[in-house]
Design a protein around this ligand. Structure first.
Ligand code: C5P
Length: 216
């Protein structure tokens, strides 16, 4: 099968030397891409900037901004059976990028931010993607309720939810503890390394894809 995975942070430029970024290491997405490849699938990993090695047997498409990630996904989503959105995409980006480095002069500086494209949110509505669609929800409160809302709004088959307020899991960590939020049920997975967890997630996603294909 053809599988798309997005991973890592995005960088939204402010001027030629500065950007708005986030703490995503990309580890979870890279482990998922590697696990699908080990299962014999054809994987395209669209990734923001990380310090990770590209996993063996994975096609790699590096991007920087949410706009570039959106364009890459728009180009390739049409031939995918499964898409997993593990990237921590900026929700807002500077409304304009300064051509030259912004000098410090005034005591305060106001940046205007505008919404970045919701890449996962446009998969069904704009691109008519009919395959298995999986998103992540990194939350600091109301984990399940927020994940459920995302599941519906972004028309996903599964949201992988993690509580990023818990110490030692999620962003920048090698471990993660997630809850799988399906339309009709939830499943809590125990704390595990991102490597081991990726295998469980891939198994769950493939099972979901098989069920979905059987009913369509
Ligand atoms: O809305 P929120 O950012 O919490 O949703 C998280 C999910 O949506 C993740 O799967 C993330 O990869 C995806 N996303 C996206 N484009 C955005 C924001 C989030 O694809 N601009």
């Amino acid at each position: 099968m053809n599988i798309l995975v997005t991973a890592g942070p995005t960088r939204e430029p402010i001027d030629p030397v500065r950007f708005i970024g986030n703490r995503s290491s990309g580890k979870m997405g890279y482990e998922i891409a590697a696990a699908f490849a080990r299962e014999g699938h054809t994987v395209l990993l669209v990734s923001g900037p990380t310090s990770l090695d590209v996993p063996d047997g994975v096609d790699f498409l590096p991007v920087e901004t949410a706009g570039e990630m959106h364009e890459a996904v728009s180009t390739h989503i049409g031939r995918m059976q499964v898409a997993v959105f593990a990237a921590a995409v900026a929700d807002y980006m500077p409304s304009k990028v300064a051509k030259e480095k912004i000098k410090k002069s005034a005591e305060a500086l106001t940046l205007e931010l505008v919404r970045a494209p919701d890449i996962l949110g446009t998969c069904r509505s704009k691109h008519g993607f009919a395959g298995t669609l999986v998103g992540f929800a990194a939350e600091t409160e109301n984990l399940i309720a927020n994940a459920r809302e995302k599941l519906t709004r972004k028309q996903c088959d599964l949201i992988i939810a993690n509580d990023v307020s818990k110490p030692g899991i999620g962003f920048e960590s090698d471990q993660n503890e997630v809850t799988l939020v399906y339309p009709d049920r939830i499943e809590q997975l125990p704390l595990a390394s991102k490597h081991d967890l990726a295998h469980q997630l891939v198994r769950a996603i493939l099972m979901l894809h098989t069920e979905k294909s059987a009913t369509h």
